[in-house]
Design a protein around this ligand. Structure first.
Ligand SMILES: *[C@@H]1O[C@H](CO)[C@@H](O)[C@H](O)[C@H]1NC(C)=O
Ligand SMILES: *[C@@H]1O[C@H](CO)[C@@H](O)[C@H](O)[C@H]1NC(C)=O
Length: 318
């Protein structure tokens, strides 16, 4: 009896070793392995998680968020992520609605960065990572990873926002406006860009060749610095994305998906609230905007303290 048990144990060990050999166990994969052992709550199907190196700790079926903030970030931007975790990215309830913030990351060849991210992910449980090279021109892949994650793991949420690491986001005003607008489906908003033309100047960061995009204008889209969509649109984008020709400008790519879905980006409010540039800080100004760009981590921390301190103070109407 004991001998039989040992033989089965031995067989399992041999199979495990063969398995590990084919798995080409390296550092990243050890992390997936550990992750899988710990992520009991989200591990619904092994095939779903196969390509994700890191997943956040949430069960959206049990605690569906009102708003999921997806922040494109690069492995080296730890300081900025920490500032966001202490300010607008703090997990919290706003008017009884749950808001969660997760960071979207790719990988680098710098091993020390990858090791740091394993620890960071274990500590904060707010990182979504896959194994594509993290670079500006892979931003579309990064955004689509976020879309995939929401589609597969958090379709119970109401809204999703995609934004960046160097942004100020007023989650309080955003929630208020979303609740007031009360649009649940086919909703897409942000800093609207209409009739934008591809930049054909090779020297530009946003250069797009005619081979990549032949038409002379882009369909309406919203600046990638911050856009918000109802979660049904996330699934529809995920569904249709494979049949949309790839373009490395992620916000344009999303615009192409929307055009195919016949969804029109709309304004959230009669006043402009999304800014793709820097808005000069003042307490009253920042209370009535949703996004501002080019915010440094130390500025963000200061702005947040000032805004929290003046929470109950009235501002003159703007
Ligand atoms: C994007 O990621 C893929 C997969 O890792 C990689 O092969 C490719 O070189 C990356 N592209 C850029 C422009 O970095
Ligand atoms: C996905 O797309 C196909 C056609 O491309 C469509 O028939 C189907 O209804 C779509 N599913 C969802 C969930 O949008």
């Amino acid at each position: 009896m004991a001998f039989k048990g040992f033989r089965i144990f031995f067989l399992i060990m041999v199979l495990a070793c063969v398995g590990l050999f084919f798995f080409k166990l390296n550092l990243i994969e050890i992390s997936i392995f550990c992750q899988k052992r710990e992520e009991v709550t989200v591990l619904t199907s092994a095939t779903y998680t196969r390509n994700f190196l890191h997943l956040p700790d949430i069960d959206c079926r049990r605690t569906p968020p009102f708003l999921v903030l997806l922040v494109t970030s690069a492995p080296g931007q730890l300081e900025a992520r920490m500032a966001i975790r202490q300010t607008w990215g703090k997990h919290r309830l706003v008017a009884g609605k749950r808001i969660v913030t997760y960071f979207l990351l790719g990988i680098t060849t710098k091993e020390s960065d990858l090791i740091e991210i394993i620890f960071e992910s274990q500590k904060y449980r707010d990182i979504i990572q896959k194994d594509f090279m993290d670079s500006y021109y892979n931003l579309t892949l990064k955004t689509m990873m976020g879309i995939e994650w929401v589609h597969k793991f958090c379709s119970q949420s109401r809204f999703v926002m995609k934004t960046d690491t160097d942004m100020f986001v007023n989650i309080f005003y955003l929630s208020e406006l979303l609740l007031r607008k009360n649009r649940r489906t086919r909703f897409f908003t942000g800093f609207l860009k209409r009739n934008e033309r591809p930049i054909r100047d090779r020297g530009s960061k946003w250069y797009v060749s005619k081979a990549e995009y032949p038409a002379s204008t882009y369909p309406p889209f919203c600046s990638g610095t911050g856009y918000v969509l109802s979660t049904d649109v996330v699934s529809q984008i995920y569904n249709i994305s494979e049949s949309v020709s790839f373009i490395k400008l992620e916000d344009v790519f999303i615009g192409l998906c929307l055009a195919k879905l016949k969804i029109n980006p709309e304004e959230l409010h009669s006043e402009q609230t999304f800014f793709s540039d820097e808005v000069r800080f003042s307490i009253c100004r920042f209370k009535k905007i949703v996004t501002s760009h080019h915010v440094k981590p130390h500025q963000l921390l200061i702005y947040w303290v000032l805004l929290e301190k003046s929470k109950d103070e009235e501002c003159p109407d703007v």
